[in-house]
Design a protein around this ligand. Structure first.
Ligand code: NAD
Ligand code: ZN
Length: 369
């Protein structure tokens, strides 16, 4: 006699996140890029498109890019953060230049270039403008192959499932399972030329990811394990006595772990407010987070104290008076952009965040910047 038992399945809704399936780590590993891409080449008509930060124009790095067949190299300035219109223009150009889809997109640079590479790879297989996909899980078709090669450490863009874009209506990421890179090459030597200020701002993005994740209400063992490791590495890099090589290597791994930490939680107050600055004034992510974070001792007392120690040790002077000449309307814009980041506020302050953070309070903090 057959005995059949119905499965007793309790429905849960834990997120099922993609991770970067392949990663190379090591000084000089950039020179393996040709071998890494070779099996991904569809045929000689389907090129690889290399999107490269124009800070490298004329640099020896460019001559090490494994260009063959009709591969294309496009230099892009990272002076401004990626825009949806810029992504759309790049996609249009690639479609016009080639009859077929490329074999893949390779982004070489900081968060700006990594995000552009992610977005272009998605839009090549999805119709319309990139602004239509800003949000969560709006992408229908898998992207083409894309690889990310960071040349500055901190954002975690190399591991994340988002690409942050400034659109006509909002600054918001394309968060999707297809956003995550297929391949990442972590070569700490590539981060050598970064200026001290930029090293601090982008590195502090990682530090702030840790503080916001570890002090958030969404915290769980997954996020904590990565966040604690990233924080430990940031302390070694910014307060310890490492050699330059060790420092490059450790900050690269801090960025990776910091990005992994927020995958399963969220960022918090500094990011929510920095988005307002970025949207209205074009203030870049790293420095924007620092400008806000210095005034958040109420929310992150220990984190801000340590931040100030790191800032002093490296002689970093943050600009002042950024919000000095803004109109009431400007403040309203920043406040509404910031308050729209609901998951960030909920992570930072809990379900009743609206009772703690009011428009008046936000204006008070913005006015200090
Ligand atoms: P960036 O890419 O904007 O670059 C900052 C500056 O450093 C630029 O002037 C660039 O030319 C320069 N630079 C980069 N590498 C260099 C090198 N090796 N030598 C000399 N100069 C170098 O900086 P970032 O802070 O890495 O990225 C910020 C961007 O990342 C923002 O657009 C932000 O929205 C995005 N971001 C994305 C995520 C994500 O998960 N997708 C997370 C955080 C931030
Ligand atoms: Zn960040």
């Amino acid at each position: 006699m057959e005995v059949r038992q119905e499965a007793i399945v309790k429905k849960t809704d834990y997120k099922n996140f993609p991770m970067v399936p392949r990663v190379v780590f090591g000084r000089g590993s950039f020179d393996q890029l040709g071998d890494i891409l070779m099996p991904e080449r569809k045929h000689s008509e389907a090129p690889f498109i290399f999107l490269v930060d124009d800070v490298f124009e004329g640099n020896e790095l460019v001559f090490r890019i494994p260009l063959i067949f009709n591969d294309q190299l496009i230099f892009i300035s990272a002076q401004e953060e990626p825009k949806t219109s810029q992504v759309d223009a790049l996609v249009k150009k690639i479609r016009e230049d080639f009859h077929e889809l490329p074999s893949g997109i390779v982004g070489i640079g900081g968060g700006t270039l990594l995000d552009l590479a992610k977005a272009v790879s998605i839009l090549l297989t999805n119709k319309g403008s990139s602004s239509e996909y800003q949000g969560w899980d709006l992408v229908h078709n898998p992207s083409i192959y894309h690889a990310g090669i960071p040349t500055i450490s901190g954002t975690g863009a190399e591991v994340s499932r988002t690409t942050v874009l400034l659109g006509p209506e909002k600054k918001l990421g394309i968060n999707s399972d297809y956003t995550t890179f297929n391949q990442v090459v972590l070569d700490p030597d590539l981060t050598q030329g970064v200026s001290r200020e930029q090293w601090f701002y982008t590195g502090m993005d990682c530090y702030i990811h840790c503080i916001e994740s570890l002090n958030g209400t969404y915290l769980n063992a997954f996020s904590q394990s990565y966040g604690e490791k990233a924080l430990e590495l940031c302390k070694e890099v910014y307060l310890g006595n490492l050699t330059a090589d060790e420092s490059h290597e450790k900050l690269m791994m801090a960025s990776w772990h910091g990005g992994m930490s927020i995958a399963y939680s969220q960022v918090g107050v500094a990011h929510a407010m920095s988005y307002g600055l970025g949207y209205l004034l074009g203030v870049k992510h790293g420095i924007g987070n620092c400008l806000v974070f210095q005034h958040l001792e109420e929310f992150y007392p220990e984190g801000v104290a340590l931040f100030n120690r790191m800032r002093q040790k490296h002689g970093i002077r943050l600009p002042k008076g950024i919000c000095a000449n803004l109109t009431d309307g400007d403040f309203e814009t920043m406040i509404s952009v910031s308050l729209a980041m609901e998951p960030l506020w909920e992570n930072a302050l809990g379900e009743n965040w609206r009772e703690i953070i009011t428009p008046e309070k936000l204006e008070y903090i913005y006015r200090k910047i």
